[in-house]
Design a protein around this ligand. Structure first.
Ligand SMILES: [Fe+2]
Ligand SMILES: [Fe+2]
Length: 250
């Protein structure tokens, strides 16, 4: 899996070589921030030597031509997301939980790594739905809503970290309360609830986790498409391609 990662072992030429590649960041990442919309300015800079970025960005770790799940952990996701997912999954694995729970823990915040953060449970579930069991996708989708709702019977309280993240007066939106309520009555409630129990942010004391420890669980529970994630024409392929080429203009 690793032989095509990194420029030193990959002789494929980069597209748009020899030209300046302009990047216009996706609006969902900067609306409402200090970023000043510069689309007009960038359009005015186009000339035969200056183009909008399309395809592999030489500034990013190079993805293999047929990317597999762990390639996104290694080449695309931010450090915190990678560590968070690996630690969540490893703790569930060490505690002997069912593989559906281990997989859901390993994948639950996937979208935070390189796609979008808002409604990340819903996005993450859609990303993996074509490749995992319905139960795993359910647990990923509903962990987001269940994070806001305590369940004393399993020792789950509203997270202290959320008080810090959102302020003590944060009001959980109705759609999350509705979805949490739905999940609570579902046969896979405990699968989703387990994800929230292993969803810890402060894991400085947990040893480094080698992603390779999940390879067997992934092989049994994640249907890697032969064409590679992004190129198999599933309902989620475009989302994986967006992570492969996050800077494409169109
Ligand atoms: Fe989450
Ligand atoms: Fe999480």
């Amino acid at each position: 899996m690793t032989e095509t990662i990194g420029r030193s072992t990959d002789e494929r030429p980069f597209p748009q070589e020899g030209r300046e590649r302009l990047i216009y960041p996706s609006p969902v990442g900067w609306k409402g921030t200090d970023f000043v919309d510069n689309e007009h300015e960038l359009l005015a800079r186009l000339n035969p030597k200056t183009v909008f970025m399309m395809g592999d960005n030489p500034a990013l770790p190079r993805m293999p031509e047929r990317p597999r799940l762990l390639d996104f952990f290694r080449c695309r996701f931010g450090d915190l997301t990678v560590r968070h997912l690996l630690v969540s999954g490893k703790r569930a694995l060490d505690d002997g939980l069912p593989e559906a729970v281990v997989m859901a823990c390993l994948l639950h915040d996937l979208s935070n790594g390189c796609l979008v953060r808002c409604d990340h449970g819903y996005w993450s579930a859609q990303l993996v739905a074509p490749y995992v069991s319905e139960e795993v996708a359910f647990a990923i989708k509903y962990h987001q809503a269940l994070r806001y709702v305590a369940d004393e019977s399993v020792g789950y309280a509203y997270p202290d970290s959320y008080h810090k993240f959102f302020g003590p007066d944060y009001q959980v939106p109705d759609y999350l309360l509705r979805d949490a309520e739905y999940a609570r009555g579902h046969k896979w409630y405990m699968t989703a609830r387990q994800v929230t129990l292993y969803d810890t942010y402060f894991f400085d004391d947990f040893p480094e986790v080698d992603p390779a420890v999940f390879e067997d669980v992934i092989a049994r529970n994640f249907r890697e498409p032969e064409e590679g994630l992004g190129f198999d024409d599933s309902p989620a392929s475009h989302m994986w391609r967006t992570m492969i080429w996050p800077n494409n203009f169109l």
